[in-house]
Design a protein around this ligand. Structure first.
Ligand SMILES: Cc1cc2nc3c(=O)[nH]c(=O)nc-3n(C[C@H](O)[C@H](O)[C@H](O)COP(=O)(O)O)c2cc1C
Length: 254
């Protein structure tokens, strides 16, 4: 089994690790024109943004050629996922990729303008994330064919909100550092697009995909986004900071 994944705070990587097999981070292959792979089972794990498929994952789908007997996709989310996997299936089919199994995993919501991470951590046991992952792994091992159904309201929400994932949003100007910043470069090292340069200050360029990984990874909690509702930050306990840096290193970069 081979699993492609994208992760900002480790939730999606934790799911991919629990599933097992060979794990390939999307930033490590994203510069390729054609991303192909052959295996008996090939999967994708990614975070849900705005009740829909992140723009970064849409770009990945245009290049992805998974040759497999069985293909699956799992979206991780924190509170509400709308009809994201139905949107995903349509996008995959449009790109010539049939998907046999689609599902979502409910876990900590890392969206800082929406949620207080302390409250999210307190709610985590009630989300039964590990049980969901175990059930999905069993589904995948049994080659189950499945796509979650969704209500008309969920379809409507995703249909409206998917336009936030059109690649036109510019996040530059939303981030700022405070006096605790020691220019340690952690933010630059976890950025999946190489959007951050650290000189005598932290500089954000124009390639931000809005994942918020840099803010959560800052060891001094010195990096902020306008409108954040949380002073606490999150990294999935199954994933180390080094794993996040490795996962988000782009090909060709040290
Ligand atoms: C920009 C952004 C948008 C998000 N939108 C949603 C959403 O619509 N619904 C939801 O339940 N969670 C949302 N989340 C939370 C993430 O989907 C969730 O925390 C995910 O597990 C993060 O995975 P990662 O740690 O692998 O990056 C959003 C997070 C970010 C950063």
């Amino acid at each position: 089994m081979t699993i492609y994944y994208f992760t900002a705070t480790g939730n999606s990587l934790a799911v991919a690790k629990a599933f097992g097999g060979q794990l390939i981070s999307i930033p490590s292959v994203m510069s390729q024109d054609r991303i192909s792979c052959t295996d008996d089972v090939i999967g994708l794990v990614f975070p849900v943004y705005a009740y829909s498929v992140p723009y970064y994952i849409k770009c990945f789908l245009k290049k992805w050629h998974p040759q497999a007997d069985y293909r699956f996709a799992v979206g991780t989310y924190g509170n509400y996922s709308g009809a994201v996997m139905q949107e995903f299936r349509k996008l995959a089919v449009k790109n010539g990729i049939p998907i046999d199994y689609l599902n979502t995993v409910l876990t900590v919501d890392n969206y800082l303008q929406g949620f207080d991470i302390r409250q999210e951590i307190a709610r985590l046991p009630s989300k039964q994330t590990d049980q969901q992952i175990a059930a999905m792994l069993s589904d995948i091992q049994n080659r189950k064919v499945y796509c979650p159904g969704s209500s008309l309201a969920a379809k409507g929400i995703t249909a409206v909100c998917k336009h936030f994932n059109n690649g036109k949003f510019r996040f530059t100007g939303q981030y700022f550092t405070d006096e605790h910043c020691i220019l340690c470069q952690t933010c630059a090292k976890v950025c999946p697009t190489g959007n951050i340069t650290v000189t005598d200050r932290v500089i954000f360029h124009e390639k931000c995909i809005g994942c918020q990984g840099c803010i959560h990874a800052c060891p001094r909690q010195a990096l902020h986004i306008k409108g954040e509702k949380s002073t606490a930050r999150w990294r999935n306990p199954s994933v180390s900071l080094k794993e996040l840096m490795d996962a988000n290193r782009q090909s060709g970069k040290e």
